[in-house]
Ligand binder design. Structure first.
Ligand code: 3PG
Ligand code: MG
Length: 384
């Protein structure tokens, strides 16, 4: 992969109007921002541009999935207010910074329509993409502007590429990856790519049951993708060091689980064979200890995806043990965004991770393909 241009590669910033694509897609409850990390991180890029004398910095983001229509639930106003406060706190000239309306209110954004990109860059001299979390989307604001204006990656984007690219190029060994999450079909591509690089792959979460089924184990009524059994079997037969749970925590037939439901049913710790109609919802304590041990021996660790239904406290222990092991190890630790990043934040462990990616889907796609549409656009665009 060629070099992605960075801020220092831009032609004169002094006096320029700069469009900055950010990923301010923050979690919100009742119109209130519950975690502002995605607004905080790109401040470094914005203040750099201001310090270099940019006349105007116009930020633009998507928020949620309003599907190409104006929808007040996805109004960026709370983000605008928070951004302003953070800039003022940082001693920056907030008056020179603006935020456009939600990009996804326009159907041309997700359609990748270049006429929308041209409208976005009208009146702008330069483009900066700092939206790593959206760089896997070939949307108009992600891939379009570099065709029309000198462009560069912002600080957040550059750091993600450096760290995740480092995992692909020269990871210190042993390199241990831990994958969880519900669907193996979503992750097969990244599993295949990771197996070319890692020494050990630990598999938990809902996706472990399709692997266990491929080994002929009984999985009760656990999550299961019959169409993927063959692919899982082939991976297990490849000789790669793939470790699956040796014990699990299961819920009795008909029991209710998940966030915000009245919990019901009995829990039982079982071997990797699950009784009929019982449902596996977390890795067991034996597995959690084995995984923690393997993590502790890694020199490089990548983790994405919870080990169980951690939003239900009865099935949170496996994810907690893995999170603590990743936080406590001396190895270089990288965590993909999304649920695993949320679990770390909830446990107060995020500070102890070397790199928590701002992208969930984006970090996995980058590891799978070694590139993303947003990065390719910056490399190929009319950058200096
Ligand atoms: C995310 O939160 O995953 C990014 O902001 C991208 O959003 P999307 O998954 O709705 O494209
Ligand atoms: Mg996403």
């Amino acid at each position: 992969m060629g070099k992605v241009p960075v801020l220092e590669d831009l032609p004169s910033v002094r006096g320029a109007s700069v469009l900055v694509r950010t990923d301010f897609n923050v979690p919100m409850v009742d119109g209130r921002i519950t975690d502002d990390l995605r607004i905080r991180l790109p401040l470094e890029t914005l203040t750099w541009l201001l310090d270099q004398g940019a006349a105007r910095v116009t930020t633009a983001t998507h928020l949620g999935r309003p599907k190409g229509k104006l929808d007040p639930r996805f109004d960026v106003e709370p983000v605008r207010v928070r951004l302003h406060e953070l800039l003022v706190d940082a001693g920056a000239d907030a008056g020179r910074v603006d935020l456009l309306p939600n990009l996804r209110f326009d159907p041309r954004e997700e359609a990748g329509d270049l006429t929308f990109a041209e409208e976005l860059v009208a009146g702008q001299d330069l483009f900066v993409n700092d939206a790593f979390g959206a760089a896997h989307r070939a949307h108009a604001s992600v891939v379009g502007p570099p065709r029309f204006r000198p462009s560069a990656a912002g600080r957040v984007m550059a750091r993600e590429v450096e760290v995740l690219g480092g995992l692909l190029q020269q990871p210190r060994r042993p390199f241990v990856a831990v994958l969880g999450g519900s669907k193996v079909s979503d992750k097969l591509g990244v599993i295949e790519a990771l197996l070319q690089r890692v020494d050990t792959l630990l598999v938990g979460g809902g996706m472990c049951f399709t692997f266990l089924a491929a080994l002929g184990r009984s999985i009760g009524s656990s999550l299961y993708e019959p169409a993927q059994v063959g692919a899982c079997r082939a991976l297990l037969d490849s000789g790669a060091d793939i470790r699956l749970p040796s014990d699990l925590v299961a819920l009795s037939p008909g029991g209710r689980f998940g966030a915000g439901v009245e919990p019901s049913g009995q829990m039982r710790q079982v071997s990797a064979d699950i009784p009929r109609d019982w449902m596996g919802l977390d890795i067991g304590p034996g597995t959690a200890a084995e995984f923690a041990d393997a993590i502790g021996q890694g020199a490089t660790i990548f983790w994405n995806g919870p080990m169980g239904v951690f939003e239900d406290p009865r099935f949170a222990a496996g994810t907690r043990t893995v999170a603590e092991a990743v936080a406590g190890t001396n190895g270089f630790t990288v965590v993909g965004g999304g649920d695993s990043a949320a679990a770390l934040a909830e446990l107060g462990l995020a500070e102890r991770i070397d790199h928590v990616s701002t992208g969930g889907g984006a970090s996995l796609e980058f590891l799978q393909h070694g590139d993303l549409p947003g990065l390719a656009a910056l490399r190929e665009g009319m950058h200096p």
